[in-house]
Design a protein around this ligand. Structure first.
Ligand code: BGC
Length: 811
């Protein structure tokens, strides 16, 4: 069952039934000011950091789900309703929500009145702009009482939810003209406030929550709205809100726009006040003035759309597969931009207070957006590398506001360093900017500790080399990519965190085949980079370590039909046929096949066949099998999940593309394509009722074959799945690979594909690439011509900047 449809021309997903199985959301803003908005107007805003600068309040995991948001209430004399159906839940005559690229419109029709709310964050603006368009489609005059609503968060989203003995006494607002200012704590250490305005004289307002709702009412029935009369309440402590009251009289056929601005301001210490206790509103007023008419709002939206045209024009495909094209051309790239902005911090599954930016996550996210915004990728790489330690280890997470490593989670995840090599080489291959390698970058943000970024790559590589276990394989530390395989944490205490408890690492033999494969793949990238920049001795030194790792994997990591997953603390195998449960895992088989380990000896094909046989199912490839059915103290969190969920035999969509890429190493394009489609959201749209989450973006996890409800997805939006699937489809299946000196074309497709076309902007030139597959091959380029000229090999050399070049590839 579907709840809407794609509108590819407008790059929108159109939701036509507000009762989606889960809130289907969108993101507004992509620089400093951000909002999350659901298909019924739920969600919240923050400035840069969802924990430390939460502007509006949101109640996670509430009853009903998705409680709190940017609501409009309409009292038309007959009914009280909201354009997004919720929160009033008054039955609408029609409803439509359109989620587009960083904007959302929600339209409801009731009693002959159309109300359409547009939400977006204009470029370079610290504010969300909302345009509410009201249209009278009847032959009578309509008098509409319009109430807006947001609830202020007391800035720190964590303490906002716990420290009520203080919170209920601190709230302060100011009201001037049609603007409601939220200035809690402004007179002490904060230099920021928020505001909510409307571009009409308001005929009333409310800023005290309980007065607005009435003490016993929920979001669905605010007393003031039901009565059609605001109370002009001024909040002193308790819970400040902002609600404007505007009366609109519409003649038959007439329409009217109201523009609301929800903004954030920072003032310098000596410029905070206009007069005693009256805040300096200059900046707020300037922003409000930029959007005080509907025409200005429309122009700002057009700019945002043009910005997205540019971003999405860098890489477009035409394959004849509509569902594939819309993912690659629109939604997958969009999701990559969102993961760039938010890492794993704020979604409807990530509360914005738990995790900041992840070291491994952000590096992997980079491969999904580096072609769109290389300059911002550059900045991100420097930020990430600055949280590394001199020995190559690194903070697992850092806070976006301070850019400092997060002490609570600390370090010790031994895959982390290697991802920096991926992030950096992906950036240089895309941009050709080798100067980044010379950039001085500190350790642990310590001024004076700067070394070149290249040095950071060397210590990343050596962190693996210096932390090998008895089998010559990388020690896993707290965990490798799989945060839940905690091999040095023997926890019997439910109050301990699996992630931070490391109580048994002395003499540990816990080694990871996932890191081993990862080391071979990105170690080779490191070697290639060294050679390109003339560091031949370093290249040779590194190569020896890689060769040794390949041997160690073949010797101690091969189980006969697949690669084992790890050795535990005691040196026992995990993910081996000898194990009672979880005999096989996806990660080690993904990485070792991507690395092509034992390709000639048939290991790659065998491992992939075992994955097919034991891990694949209708909805994707599960992480491990058979699932753990009891708690293993020596394995940690992985065995805490019920079978079929998350890291215990769930379909962890992040790692399915590792197998897709592994299949392309083996040359089996049919298998890669089959796996791609299974988890791709546009292909699962038809089962939205089972799948539950948005059909336009990837989810982190789909319940696996052993779950209670296989096929049910969770944790949409913020997941490495976005970047990895984009990487797999564009670089390994379609095979358009940026390299240091050109675009390599190496498709690996299903034999029934007759070909496809790609437009790729790369280093200032545009390539119109036509791939033809006359003989039904899966892999291998027979010939490549650029503007009719035959090129040796399959790499398009860098062509003069500014030109457009026709490339024909025959497979
Ligand atoms: C984390 C990743 C981790 C993955 C697997 C995700 O939630 O963000 O860093 O690799 O889970 O455990």
């Amino acid at each position: 069952m579907k709840y809407g449809h794609f509108d590819d021309n407008r790059r929108e997903y159109v939701i036509t039934n507000p009762r989606t199985p889960w809130p289907w959301i969108n993101y507004l803003g992509n620089e400093d000011f951000f909002s999350l908005v659901s298909n019924t107007g739920g969600g919240y805003s923050f400035y840069k950091d969802a924990k430390f600068r939460r502007i509006t309040r949101y109640r996670y995991n509430n009853v009903p789900m998705d409680s709190g948001g940017k609501y409009f209430y309409i009292n038309d004399g007959e009914s009280v309703w909201s354009p997004g159906w919720k929160p009033c839940k008054t039955e609408l005559d029609s409803y439509e929500c359109r989620h587009g690229m960083n904007y959302t419109t929600i339209k409801g029709v009731k009693n002959g009145v159309e109300a359409e709310a547009l939400y977006f964050v204009p470029l370079k603006t610290w504010a969300e702009v909302q345009k509410l368009t009201l249209r009278n489609t009847t032959n009578e005059v309509k008098t509409l009482k319009i109430f807006s609503f947001v609830e202020w968060c007391l800035w720190n989203a964590a303490t906002d939810m716990e420290n009520f003995q203080r919170n209920f006494s601190t709230g302060e607002v100011e009201i001037e003209d049609s603007v409601i200012y939220h200035k809690t704590e402004y007179k002490e250490r904060r230099d920021h406030f928020a505001y909510y305005s409307v571009n009409e004289p308001m005929q009333g307002f409310d800023t005290d929550r309980e007065t607005f709702f009435g003490l016993y009412n929920g979001f669905d029935e605010p007393q003031t709205v039901l009565e059609g009369a605001p109370r002009n309440s001024e909040a002193h402590g308790w819970s400040p809100i902002a609600s404007h009251y505007v009366e609109v009289v519409l003649q038959p056929g007439e329409s009217k726009d109201l523009v609301y601005v929800l903004g954030y301001v920072e003032n310098a210490q000596d410029d905070k006040w206009e007069s005693k206790n009256i805040i300096n509103k200059t900046k707020a007023k300037a922003t409000i003035a930029r959007f005080d008419t509907a025409a200005k709002v429309d122009a700002a939206l057009a700019e945002l759309n043009a910005y997205w045209d540019n971003l999405l024009n860098v890489f477009t495909i035409k394959t004849g597969e509509e569902k594939l094209d819309r993912m690659v051309n629109i939604w997958n790239q969009y999701q990559c931009m969102i993961t760039f902005c938010f890492s794993r911090s704020a979604s409807f599954f990530e509360s914005g207070i738990g995790r900041g930016m992840g070291f491994r996550d952000s590096n992997q996210d980079l491969v999904g957006f580096v072609h769109q915004i290389p300059e911002r990728a550059r900045e991100r790489i420097i930020d990430i590398a600055s949280t590394q330690f001199p020995d190559g280890g690194c903070y697992h997470q850092y806070q976006p506001l301070t850019k400092k490593g997060n002490n609570e989670i600390g370090q010790g995840f031994n895959d982390d360093p290697m991802w920096l090599i991926l992030g950096t080489t992906a950036y240089i291959k895309e941009s050709g900017d080798f100067t980044i390698l010379e950039e001085p970058v500190p350790f642990d943000n310590e001024a004076g500790s700067e070394v070149s970024l290249f040095h950071h790559l060397t210590v990343s590589f050596d962190h693996v080399v210096n932390n090998l276990g008895p089998h010559g394989l990388p020690l896993s530390g707290r965990a490798d990519w799989n945060d839940c395989l905690n091999l040095n944490c023997f926890s019997n205490d439910p109050n301990e965190s699996f992630q931070t408890t490391e109580n048994k690492s002395e003499g540990s033999q816990a080694q990871s085949l996932m890191i081993a494969g990862l080391f071979v793949v990105y170690g080779r990238d490191y070697v290639e980079l060294c050679k390109v920049i003339g560091k031949t001795e370093e290249a040779a030194r590194a190569q020896q370590h890689i060769d040794a790792m390949v041997e160690a994997i073949k010797l101690n990591g091969w189980d006969g039909d697949w690669f084992i997953r790890a050795y535990d603390y005691f040196g026992n195998k995990i993910g081996s046929k000898d194990n009672e449960e979880s005999k096989i895992f996806i990660e080690s088989n993904g990485w070792c096949t991507m690395a092509g380990i034992g390709l000639e000896e048939g290991m790659v094909a065998k491992a992939l066949d075992s994955v097919k046989e034991r891990l694949d199912c209708e909805h994707g490839i599960v992480l491990n099998n058979p699932p753990f059915t009891k708690y293993y103290i020596e394995y940690g969190e992985i065995s805490s999940y019920p079978p079929g969920y998350k890291e215990n035999a769930g379909i962890f969509c992040h790692n399915n593309p590792w197998i897709m890429i592994g299949e392309t190493v083996q040359g089996r394009g049919d298998r890669a394509w089959e796996y791609f489609r299974k988890i791709c959201p546009s292909y699962t749209e038809e089962i939205s009722d089972l799948h539950k989450v948005e059909p336009y973006v990837y989810a982190q996890m789909i319940a696996g074959k052993d779950a209670f409800k296989p096929g049910e997805a969770k944790n949409s939006w913020l997941t490495g799945t976005a970047a990895w699937n984009y990487y797999a489809i564009t670089q390994y299946i379609l095979g358009i690979q940026p390299t240091y000196n050109g675009l390599r074309i190496e498709p690996c497709i299903a034999p029934e594909w007759k070909g496809f076309a790609v437009t790729r902007k790369f280093r200032g030139a545009t390539y119109l690439i036509e791939v033809k597959n006359p003989n039904g091959s899966m892999k291998g380029v027979a010939s490549l011509t650029v503007d009719g000229k035959l090129i040796e090999g399959n790499t398009i050399p860098l062509m003069p900047v500014g030109g457009t070049y026709k490339v024909e590839v025959i497979m």
